[in-house]
Design a protein around this ligand. Sequence first.
Ligand code: PLP
Length: 363
Amino acid sequence: MRVPFLDLKRIDEELKNALKLRFADMLEEGIFSGGEEVTFLESQISSYLKSTYSIACANGTDALELALRAIGIGYGDEVIVPAMTWVSTAEVVILARAKPVFWDTDEDGLLAADWEKAITAKTKAIIPVHLYGKMVDMGKLMTIAKQYNLHVIEDGAQSFGSFQGGKAAGTFGDVGCLSFYPTKNFGALGEAGMCLTNNQELSERIKLLLNHGQEVRDKHEIVGRNSRIDTIQAGFLNVILEKFGSFQAIRKEYSKRYLLGLSGIEGLKLPKGILEEDHNAHFFVIQTSSRDELRNYLQSQGIGTAIHYPKILPEMKPFRSDGNFINANNLSQRGLSLPLNPWMQAEEIDFVIEKIQEFFKKS
Ligand SMILES: Cc1ncc(COP(=O)(O)O)c(C=O)c1O
């Protein structure tokens, strides 16, 4: 048996056909930027996530950068960022000419609870990342942020469909940023992203920024850029959204299967809270000190895995920074993402479980 980490060719035939039909319709319609597919996507997501304003854009990185610029983060400002995340989270802070201040995570990769210690007189904002789909405790984070008058930009690139106390990831802070990169649990067939906000002023500014600062055609109010979503991607996302609930149910079912099959193995840490509503099961990340050996073994058995991420940001050349990042570092050395997606068969999950059990019996 060969189990790829993720093979998007496997998208089911029913969905493929629905996407082809929508593509044919869009081709006939001849609208490839803006239009009804985009406004429909924004309204669908607003009602699903209960976000007053949902503004589609070109990708998740842009969503974060637009959020920082709309809020007015700039030169001389500090922004607190977790040490373990995808590079975009810190990249955008530097693009906005501000300084990322890295803080350690907890054992599971979420911003450590003592992040308050990173606050200085220059701190203007914090970007909590709902890593792997598991939400940071937003009640606690918002209380501290309010106390210090900090802006909160949620990096919800991996947490579409996670809710805390019924409130969606991305709707707690000033702006929530989503990515619809193809490998995400709600992914397009190309690049796309979105900003969520309940603040009308911010929503208007984001809309201006992503469309060359134009209020209406040829009326440029501020210096913006082009970060519009492709109509085609919005159209595909509208089709995929119809199946999102059933895809999530499969992710949860397979997560449960992994948890049952892998529990009780000494030296193997399983993801915390993956069956809860504040985890969308985007990634199933296990941790072990023999991560690389396990990964090689699984590879030799035809099983693909991934590492999210092998190096923490403060150790990368463009972001080099001193500090105590022990948990984030441990995770980068020990974390391994197992295959988990709606196009897998239950037998494949069982095969992965069997091979992991075999590895730990041998070692
Ligand atoms: C945590 C995190 N932040 C930001 C991004 C950026 O999203 P995109 O790839 O759509 O630019 C991603 C996705 O790759 C991500 O995982």
